[in-house]
Design a protein around this ligand. Structure first.
Ligand code: ZN
Length: 510
């Protein structure tokens, strides 16, 4: 009798599990619809379509929210968790992921969610105006409100954790500000001397080389060529043009965008490689997990490791250009053919401390992120105030990068992240660099002829390695576990620093 009841119970759990996955797959489909109309909004929508589109977007956002916060999801989770041990490891991971997402959404009172959404819109709007007028005082009151609401949100999700950690959990699950502080302190210590050596070197690149005219039609051809070279599948993707480049979609419909500048081909060149790196991750997720929580990427940091691997580790390497320069000269009809390989490699790897994060080079980039992380961590912990923000920002830029910030538009109001309430997001960018170099060290053990493959333009074995280790793991593991599984150790900054030291001492002749 007992056994029989047990059996019935188990059947129920399986049924409940199936019902829960069905709810989640609906949620994913809605999410994909939202991504697609967002993509259209950024690419081809006629300007007058804005009002219609905003209605569509707000309805789809409400449907998505309803789907994941549906009480049915809570009930199913509760029932399944009473008999969790009857499920396998993969099923347990799915349950864990749904519960995490559910908690992140359902614990926030609906009024707070509404207030937050409204305040995000207001502070973004105010930020645009304040940035234009270089007037931080205009932005500050709205930013204060947004910050308070974000802290409140974090407190609802988990009152026992630091607000920063709760908010970062959405982007870099299972990382804490203590861990990031330790990682970034070490990163900072490694980066600063490399930057000093490069900037003090008498051997500087000729940046005018990149400013030569390169017609957009030629650049479009290059985009198609290099994206295919790195194995981005254009039968399941496409390249369009937007103000700010991005990647969207997953599995069989993964689209990237770029922005062409006639007088700097390298901008779009590296944007396309970057976004193609993101796209590879999405196209190569494990197909059997599609529409399940595990059929997703692990974190924003892991995503960034993939884009930066393709953009920087492959695309800015000497071996890459040894292979690609003849093809490049052919497409650009000799416009750059007088530039020798050394000069070209030097100029696409120029190390130059600057005020602006998004145009920063591979070496200084990390410091831009560290500055933001340190400030945001202390801001959310109440250790600094929004009043002190510009002063703290400028002091850190002077201190870490040796750069003098002249006004708050190029300083504290530079990025869209804070005005739009994206707190806890910044660390992912720099963690991506560290993850990528650590993966490279392991990859080279497995593929000793790595450089030769790049030199021959044969990237397939390299991408296959990434697919097996990273893409196919999809969302089976949070980043700390994934890195350990792939490389045999926890995140370790030394690989990125070693990679930079080796690469830049050659380029700068240090
Ligand atoms: Zn990216």
């Amino acid at each position: 009798m007992k056994e029989f009841t047990g059996l019935v119970f188990k059947m129920d759990t399986k049924e409940n599990y199936k019902a829960l996955l069905k709810e989640f797959s609906d949620y994913i489909i809605l999410d994909q619809i939202e991504s697609l109309i967002n993509w259209d909004f950024e690419t081809y929508m006629p300007p007058e379509g804005v009002m219609q589109r905003s209605k569509q977007l707000s309805m789809i956002a409400a449907l998505i929210h309803e789907k994941i916060t549906n009480p049915k999801v809570g009930e199913l989770l509760k029932k399944i968790k009473e008999d969790l041990e009857s499920l396998g490891e993969i099923e347990k991971r799915n349950i864990f992921l749904i519960e995490r997402k559910y908690n992140q959404k359902v614990k926030i009172p609906i009024e707070l969610a509404g207030e937050l959404a409204k305040q995000k819109a207001i502070s973004t709007q105010t930020w645009k105006k304040a940035k234009k007028e270089k007037n931080y005082a205009l932005f500050k009151p709205e930013f204060d409100k947004l910050l308070e609401l974000s802290k409140k949100k974090a407190n609802y999700i988990d009152p026992n954790k630091e607000p920063f950690d709760v908010l970062m959990d959405e982007f870099e699950p299972n990382m804490t500000s203590i861990m990031v502080t330790r990682i970034f302190d070490e990163l900072k210590k490694g980066l600063i001397p490399i930057i000093k050596k490069c900037t003090n070197s008498p051997n500087q690149p000729d940046s005018s080389l990149l400013k030569r005219n390169c017609p957009i039609d030629m650049q479009r051809k290059i985009s198609e060529d290099i994206s295919q070279l790195v194995n981005y599948d254009l039968e399941r993707g496409r390249i369009d043009e937007t103000e700010h480049p991005f990647t969207t979609g997953y599995y069989d419909d993964v689209r990237i965008t770029t922005h062409y500048f006639e007088n700097d081909f390298s901008d779009s060149f590296y944007t396309v490689l970057h976004e193609a790196g993101h796209a590879l991750y999405e196209q190569n997720l494990s197909r059997e997990y599609m529409y399940q929580p595990i059929g997703w990427f692990s974190s924003y940091g892991i995503h960034e490791s993939q884009s930066r691997f393709i953009e920087n580790i492959i695309g800015r390497s000497r071996e890459f250009w040894e292979f690609y320069k003849p093809k490049f000269d052919e497409i650009t009809q000799g416009k750059f053919s007088d530039i020798d390989l050394d000069s070209l490699i030097h100029v696409v790897n120029e190390v130059k401390p600057s005020k602006i994060r998004i145009t920063a080079d591979e070496v200084t980039y990390g410091l831009h992120i560290i500055i933001r992380f340190e400030i945001e961590r202390d801001l959310l912990a109440g250790k600094i105030t929004t009043e002190e923000l510009p002063e703290v920002w400028n002091a850190k830029y002077k201190d870490y990068l040796g750069v003098v910030i002249e006004d708050d538009a190029e300083g504290v109001m530079q990025d869209t992240h804070w005005p739009s309430g994206l707190f806890g997001y910044f660390p992912s960018y720099a963690l991506g660099n560290c993850y990528g170099a650590q993966m490279l060290a392991k990859m080279v053990e497995d593929i000793p002829n790595f450089k030769e493959l790049v030199r021959n333009g044969d990237l397939k074995p390299i991408i296959n390695w990434m697919t097996e280790k990273v893409h196919k793991a999809s969302n089976l593991y949070d980043p700390p576990d994934l890195i350990k599984r792939i490389t045999g150790e926890e995140i370790n900054v030394k690989y990125f620093i070693q990679y930079l030291e080796e690469k830049y001492s050659k380029i700068y002749g240090l």
